[in-house]
Design a protein around this ligand. Structure first.
Ligand SMILES: Cc1ncc(COP(=O)(O)O)c(C=O)c1O
Length: 380
């Protein structure tokens, strides 16, 4: 089956024999066992639940992978993967990752004796001096909020030579547009809160991988930490996935039009969107992804006011998050990336002028008209 068909039919296993076309929600914390020395697949929902297993298989199928794990949020997924690290290990991470990931790295690693190094440009990074305690490279590509692109093939190849795990946060593109494991990565993590679920109604996280030994470790941690996806949210995630390709095609179409419009507008100083030919890593993006997603960031020129622009948008709500059907705008410096110290924000470009748009699936003309009219009103 092809991607769109797997999204509708994947992950299925025979259930109770009632032939429901939707996989049911098993709202049961515990499961009866046949006998004292006979245990069935499911025992207790923290360890496994049929509705969760279904979406885990579905997400793995979509990625062409062996294993999936579903967690209560994207951060639960990232934390689970960081749970593989031991005292003395070191992690390399790209310099603009989601604020919650940075909060973890900059606050929690030191409690566990884990070191980290922030890499400003993996594409030109010299791996020859990589310290022997580097055990993981964590990259977010496209990155949040600056839409920087990291060459997954190159990083994975260098990492593999040195026995280092490559983990990719693929939230912005999903397996519909980018398959990091096919490019050499070991583990893919997602905030499935975003495009996979797609309707801004649940939080969810996914970890996808192929290596059995790693999967068993992560499955053990999933049951031990307990941050699992609930059966009801697993059902909603499954439902969201069925329309993922349709939504993403529309998000992307609208986002490219918005990016091109903003790029031409005199009010706009910078636009960051990997689908624009002017993006500094346009070629790398073309070589590893089949699409560019629905998120873009921008800065207005002097003479136009960001607050007025934001306040005058009618279609875009001012809210964190992305990947839902509705368009949103946010101010990363104070909203999604406030965990970065102000000096660091300034250094890497998450300054007070940066705005991030999550372009929804509304009619493209309505989106462009809304942006155009808000820009007019933003003139000082
Ligand atoms: C790229 C990225 N990774 C991870 C997360 C964390 O996901 P969640 O909010 O589902 O915990 C987010 C949330 O915005 C994100 O944008």
């Amino acid at each position: 089956m092809r991607y769109e068909s797997i999204a509708v039919h994947g992950g299925k296993e025979e259930d109770s024999g009632k032939r429901a076309v939707n996989y049911p929600i098993y709202l049961s914390s515990t499961f009866a066992q046949p006998g004292l020395d006979q245990f069935q697949e499911f025992a207790y929902t923290r360890g496994g639940n049929p509705t969760r297993s279904h979406v885990e298989r579905l997400a793995a199928d979509l990625e062409g992978a062996q294993y999936g794990l579903a967690l209560a949020s994207g951060m639960a997924a990232t934390s689970l993967v960081f749970g593989l690290l031991r005292q003395g290990d070191k992690v390399l991470i790209n310099n603009n990752v989601y604020g919650g990931t940075w909060r973890y790295v900059s606050n929690i690693f030191s409690n566990h004796g884990i070191e980290y190094e922030v890499v400003s440009d993996f594409n030109n990074y010299d791996f020859s001096n990589t310290a022997s305690n580097v055990k993981m490279i964590f990259i977010e590509t496209p990155s949040n909020p600056l839409l920087e692109i990291t060459d997954i093939r190159k990083v994975s190849q260098e990492a593999r030579k040195r026995g280092i795990l490559t983990v990719v946060d693929n939230t912005f593109l999903t397996s519909y547009f980018q398959r990091p494991m096919e490019l050499g990565a070991d583990i893919v993590v997602y905030s499935a809160t975003k495009y996979y679920a797609g309707h801004s109604d649940i939080l969810a996280g996914l970890v996808i991988l192929n290596q059995e030994e790693l999967y068993l470790k992560l499955k053990f941690l999933q049951n031990t930490y307990g941050g699992i996806l609930s059966p009801t949210d697993a059902f909603l995630l499954t439902r969201g996935i069925k329309t993922l390709s349709l939504r993403l095609d529309k998000h992307q179409k609208n986002a490219l039009l918005a990016a091109q419009y903003l790029k031409r507008h005199k009010a706009v100083k910078d636009v960051y969107y990997p689908g624009l030919k002017s993006h500094k890593n346009y070629d790398i993006q073309r070589s590893q992804a089949t699409g560019d997603g629905g998120v873009l960031s921008l800065r207005l020129n002097d003479g136009w006011d960001s607050k007025r622009f934001t306040a005058n948008l009618k279609i875009f709500d001012l809210a964190v998050s992305l990947g839902g059907v509705e368009s949103l705008i946010c101010h990363p410096a104070t909203m999604t990336h406030e965990s970065y110290a102000p000096e660091l924000q300034e250094k890497i470009g998450i300054d007070s002028k940066l705005l991030r748009l999550s372009i929804g699936i509304e009619h493209e003309e309505d989106i462009l008209e809304d942006i155009s009219s808000a820009l007019k009103k933003a003139k000082l």
